[in-house]
Design a protein around this ligand. Structure first.
Ligand SMILES: CC/C=C\C=C\CC(=O)SCCNC(=O)CCNC(=O)[C@H](O)C(C)(C)COP(=O)(O)OP(=O)(O)OC[C@H]1O[C@@H](n2cnc3c(N)ncnc32)[C@H](O)[C@@H]1OP(=O)(O)O
Length: 241
């Protein structure tokens, strides 16, 4: 399998006490262009049908490597510094919260290497950035988008002066999320992803079904009690989900 070149990829997990959040720090030049030649460009099979079938299966496998981030019930915070190109954009658009440093830049570079991005960018970026014109501009011209535009367009929600400041902010944010009830946090992520892909009526219906069981959690009582006592949710011990 071709690999995604990730010059820096560090993952933090916050699993203690069922706390829910994950953090990843990336600087990613995209798919390994050397690996790609051996893998994608030489699909195996006895005839066109079989070659195509095998290639389709491989593409689906690549797609899944990013979709699992979205399927993970725990929120994933991604912190980007430097270049985030091609597969890097596929990766970050599958994450829940995106942060970057002032030196970060983003590039949907696939058209430059002769292909249509096929592992998530074209499907998720339009849902992340409100402007279809901007998405088309980025995906069709492969121009670089720098940090300020990434922030103003909504691709990232917070911008930091440098990697050190970003990692401190990102860890604090992940800690804030991890300090909340895992039932509330994971239910929020799952319902937000569902709502993105469905009508408001369908989303509300799904939510009602979700909460008919989840509202019965002890976490609600504990959290409401802490709120009444003006205590942070981080002071509560939630059982592992
Ligand atoms: C599972 C994946 C699924 C989806 C795939 C999606 C498709 C894509 O990802 S398309 C995008 C592919 N990536 C690129 O086209 C990036 C090309 N690289 C660059 O633009 C630059 O190298 C850079 C990342 C901006 C870094 O520039 P700079 O700091 O000036 O360093 P360089 O001298 O250019 O590179 C250093 C060294 O790294 C090699 N390299 C860089 N990127 C790749 C890559 N994507 N694949 C393989 N190798 C790469 C580069 O050739 C240099 O190697 P040397 O041996 O030192 O010459």
């Amino acid at each position: 399998m071709s690999s995604l070149q990730t010059q820096t990829a560090e993952w933090w997990w916050f699993p203690e006490q069922g706390r829910s959040s994950q953090l990843s720090c990336v600087n990613c030049p995209g798919i390994d262009l050397m690996d790609m030649a051996a893998d994608i460009l030489q699909p195996q099979g006895d005839d066109t049908a079989r070659i195509s079938w095998n290639l389709r299966r491989k593409i689906a496998m690549y797609q899944e490597t990013f979709s699992v981030i979205e399927k993970c019930p725990k929120p994933v915070v991604v912190a980007v510094h430097g270049a985030c190109i091609g597969g890097g954009v596929d990766l970050i658009t599958a994450c829940d919260i995106r942060l970057c440093t002032q030196d970060a830049w983003f590039q949907v570079k696939e058209v430059d290497i002769g292909l249509a991005a096929d592992v998530g960018t074209l499907q998720r970026l339009p849902k992340v950035i409100g402007s279809r014109s901007l998405v088309n501009d980025l995906a069709l011209t492969a121009r670089k988008m720098y940090a300020d535009e990434a922030k103003s367009s909504g691709l990232v929600s917070r911008l930091f002066a440098d990697k050190e400041a970003m990692m401190s902010g990102a860890l604090e944010m992940a800690g804030e999320i991890a300090g909340r009830s895992p039932v509330a946090v994971q239910g929020t992520k799952i319902n937000l992803v569902y709502a993105r892909d469905h009508s408001v009526a369908e989303g509300l219906d799904y939510m009602a079904t979700w909460n008919m069981s989840m509202l019965q959690t002890d976490d609600l009582i504990k959290s409401a009690q802490a709120a009444l006592e003006k205590k942070s949710p981080k002071t509560i011990t939630f059982s592992k989900l």
